[in-house]
Write a protein that binds this ligand. Structure first.
Ligand SMILES: Nc1ncnc2c1ncn2[C@@H]1O[C@H](COP(=O)(O)OP(=O)(O)OP(=O)(O)O)[C@@H](O)[C@H]1O
Ligand SMILES: [Mg+2]
Length: 310
């Protein structure tokens, strides 16, 4: 059922986005475990288009917020307004099921922090009053790599709330050629209206139940924990994966198993999910950074130094 859901969503998204199927798989896995997702990639790699298309396939209320340098927390959370002599709350765009937080690292820390509270607590505070968000509440955020100009890198605590950071790369040559053949209106892709709703909130709920019921053998659990612990003592890493990261990796591995049509987790599922789940949580040593070593390299080193159960 989860794999079939992924296929339905994937083929709709495929009407406007060529390639990037792994990205769609990972996003569906994250939605099935109620996780938030950060899409990272250089400009013009269809991050926004992909998030918009996925949102259209889901029967969820959806809002998109463009994060800008002059944005205030209240632009996200809402404000108290005087209406007919009475003070009433006007909810901001965060009050939705699926929030596309576009270019999240273009806004200063204060507004990022308001989003952090929303992601972590499923509530926001407006003038000291906590207000609960709808359920489900998912965030798909996009950002350009932090070395780009005019960005405010997200603090570690904020990054840790994202279940996955998915790298969106360039399409391969064949995909780029067929992209040119897609319908366009001027410079805009024309097919977004044709992307249909193919999944409901209850489909996602059912997917979540199945994923939760996926079994994990003691050997595979031990392997997962060993990989997590290994990230903490790699010489290239100054901050390794947290216990929270271990829980997120377990959930993502279960989702990967279901996407593979299985009801049990294999070491391969763990290895496959290790990069998207761990890469944004590791802090490399300054020496490793200097040598242009990447967090993905560190995850790879952890994976290859832990014996795989069989
Ligand atoms: N894989 C792809 N398939 C189809 N169209 C693509 C693909 N990659 C890029 N495009 C085209 O590039 C345009 C730009 O995509 P989009 O605005 O989603 O990029 P982005 O990654 O959000 O960029 P930025 O970081 O600048 O916001 C799309 O509207 C689409 O026409
Ligand atoms: Mg964009």
């Amino acid at each position: 059922m989860v794999a079939e859901l992924r296929d339905r969503i994937g083929s709709e998204v495929g009407k406007v986005v060529v390639g990037q199927r792994d990205v769609v798989d990972d996003i569906v896995a994250a939605l099935a475990i109620g996780g938030h997702v950060l899409l990272e990639g250089v400009p013009g790699t269809a991050k926004t288009l992909l998030a918009n298309a996925i949102a259209r396939t889901l029967g969820l209320e959806f809002r998109r917020v463009q994060f800008t340098p002059d944005m205030l927390p209240s632009d996200l959370t809402g404000t108290m307004t005087l209406r007919g002599g009475e003070l009433t709350f006007r909810p901001g765009p965060v009050f939705t099921n699926l929030l596309l937080a576009d270019e999240i690292n273009r806004t200063p820390p204060k507004t990022q922090a308001a989003l952090l509270e929303a992601m972590q607590e499923h509530q926001v505070s407006v003038e000291g009053e906590p207000r609960a968000l709808p359920d489900p509440f998912f965030v798909i955020a996009t950002q350009n790599p932090i070395e780009y100009e005019g960005t405010y890198p997200l603090p570690e605590a904020q990054l840790d709330r994202f279940t996955m950071k998915i790298d969106v790369g360039y399409p391969d040559e064949a995909a780029e050629v067929s992209m040119i053949d897609l319908a366009h209106r001027g410079v805009q892709p024309a097919g977004l209206q044709n992307v249909a709703r193919v999944a409901s909130a209850s489909d996602l709920l059912e997917a979540r139940k199945l994923v939760d019921a996926t079994s994990v053998s003691p050997e595979v659990s031990a392997y997962l924990v060993a990989v997590i612990r290994r990230t903490r003592d790699l010489p290239s890493v100054s901050l390794g994966a947290s216990p929270r990261a271990a829980m997120h990796l377990l959930a993502a591995s279960k989702a990967a198993a279901r996407l593979g049509g299985r009801d049990f987790v294999t070491p391969d599922d763990v290895a496959q999910m290790a990069r998207p789940v761990l890469r944004h949580r590791l802090i490399l040593t300054p020496e490793a950074e200097l040598e242009r070593y990447r967090p993905d390299d560190a995850v790879g080193a952890a994976l290859s130094s832990v014996p795989v159960p069989r």
